[in-house]
Design a protein around this ligand. Structure first.
Ligand SMILES: NC(=O)c1ccc[n+]([C@@H]2O[C@H](COP(=O)([O-])OP(=O)(O)OC[C@H]3O[C@@H](n4cnc5c(N)ncnc54)[C@H](O)[C@@H]3O)[C@@H](O)[C@H]2O)c1
Length: 440
């Protein structure tokens, strides 16, 4: 029997260990899914704190319940480690490390490169390596493959290499790891075949594509599509605002068209690990081919201008009430980039806080999911979340709603704070109207 046949049989029998490198928002749910469908799983991370917490049966991601972790740990089906030597034990190694941008907004592939070196150091015959980190087309072939080939094993015969983009949507109640279809491209047909076989045991639908580049480009298309459409509605919002037209009402009306229209919503700017970052991976790569990705650049320009627009609206609205932003007490509601999540990475809330501080406002924030602001790459704000009570709300000149968490006390805020700048259209649908609620 051929080697690949034997590997598939072992996958079917669950006599096959899955290793996951990078136990963050993407890696941890994947660990749990493979563990829960019966595979022994080893999780690798450089963060000792995370490794300890997981081995103690805990979770550091709000939407990942600790009992899912502790269930697998006590069944001895999952173990986390910082020891890269143990990669030898894994039959499949799935890489979910960060892919941020550098200070000059260029791809920062240091995590992928380091991880590829680590995987290469223990590469053995029969191993399947699969990259899931979002990146530009060509990364698997150009960055990962040469490092693995240097070990002297043949790809597609002695080891297998694939790319399968993660499509995690934290907090989405409708779709999770098992129900979101998985696109898979392999370096060779055998690589794709083996990766598809493995994923088919964990997700409902696997979508094989012709190459790793197609799989990489698919993820970029999905994120560029969102970035461009969000920029479009943000631009329309600015135009309609001047014309006295409510963009939210326009979108609701347009949504009644049963074909050819998909609703995107304006907001205070883009956040999260994906949409503000990934499109620029393509922009950078396209330059190598002499192609200018103008849509992406323009969308980036419009979206990254939104926090400043919000702060200008705060300034104008205070001005209309005879107050200056300098010295005003302003409360930012929500710093997570997305409703009901605890992720503040790249959040426009951080940018808005900084812009307000720079304008001389006395700023505080409240976010039920983020007790203290983590020190980010770009933002170094030392603030803790203010609990929202009638007493704590009194004395603020304005509140800026940045994240529409479902647990904000909207009625209380509406009743007590004299000026509300609503960037998410959160107050009106709750029937909380009035001249002191300004949309931005
Ligand atoms: N968060 C999302 O919703 C989402 C969705 C789709 C795709 N992605 C992509 O998935 C990838 C991972 O994103 P994430 O949100 O899970 O990031 P994350 O920061 O939550 O997790 C990454 C983990 O990798 C670990 N790590 C870093 N370097 C390592 C190394 N050399 N060895 C082992 N572990 C290492 C970090 O300690 C961290 O725990 C990125 O490419 C991202 O663009 C993220």
């Amino acid at each position: 029997m051929s080697e690949i046949h034997l590997l598939k049989e072992r996958i079917a029998r669950r006599d096959y260990t899955v290793g996951v490198i990078g136990l963050g928002y993407v890696g941890l749910p994947l660990v749990l899914r493979f563990g829960e469908v019966g595979f022994p799983v080893i999780g690798f991370d450089v963060d000792r704190g995370k490794v300890k917490q997981l081995n103690d049966g805990g979770s550091y991601i709000q939407h990942v319940p600790a009992d899912r972790v502790s269930g697998l740990v006590s069944a001895r089906r999952f173990e986390a480690t910082c020891d890269p030597e143990r990669l030898r034990e894994a039959d499949a190694v799935i890489i979910c490390v960060p892919t941020p941008l550098t200070a000059h907004r260029e791809p920062d592939l240091q995590y992928v490169e380091k991880t590829a070196d680590t995987v290469a150091a223990t590469l053995r015959s029969g191993q399947l390596i699969c990259l899931e980190s979002t990146t530009y087309p060509g990364t698997t072939d150009e960055i990962v493959l040469p490092r693995l080939l240097a070990r002297g094993l043949r790809v597609g015969e002695e080891f297998f290499l694939a790319f399968s983009p993660e499509r995690e949507d934290p907090g989405n109640q409708q779709y999770g790891t098992s129900t979101i279809p998985k696109v898979v491209g392999g370096v060779t047909p055998a690589c794709r075949d083996l990766a598809c076989t493995l994923y088919a045991h964990a997700v409902e639908r696997v979508v094989p594509v012709a190459s790793t580049k197609v799989a990489e480009a698919t993820k970029i298309l999905e994120n560029v599509y969102r970035a461009v459409n969000i920029a479009l509605v943000n631009e329309l919002k600015l135009a309609f605002e001047r014309m006295g037209i409510d963009v939210w009402e326009v979108i609701e009306a347009a949504k009644t068209k049963p074909f050819g229209f998909q609703a995107f919503y304006p907001g205070p700017g883009l956040g999260g690990h994906c949409i503000p970052i990934d499109p620029f991976y393509l922009t950078w790569k396209a330059r190598e081919y002499g192609v200018a990705t103008r849509f992406i650049e323009l969308a980036g320009e419009i979206n990254s201008g939104m926090p400043l627009h919000v702060v200008q609206r705060v300034m104008e609205a205070l001005n209309e009430r005879g107050k200056a932003l300098k010295g005003a007490r302003v409360l930012v509601l929500g710093v997570a980039y997305k409703r009901d999540t605890d992720d503040s990475r790249e959040s426009p809330g951080l940018e808005i806080l900084e812009l307000l501080i720079r304008s001389g406002a006395r700023v505080e924030y409240s976010d039920p999911h983020i007790a203290r602001l983590p020190l980010g790459r770009r933002h170094k704000l030392d603030l803790t979340s203010v609990p929202l009570t009638e007493g704590s709300l009194r004395g603020f000149d304005a509140a800026v709603l940045v994240t529409d968490h479902s647990t904000h006390p909207y009625e209380l805020i509406h009743r007590v704070v004299p000026l509300i700048i609503d960037t998410r259209n959160a107050f009106r649908p709750r029937g909380l109207l009035g001249a002191h609620v300004v949309s931005a």
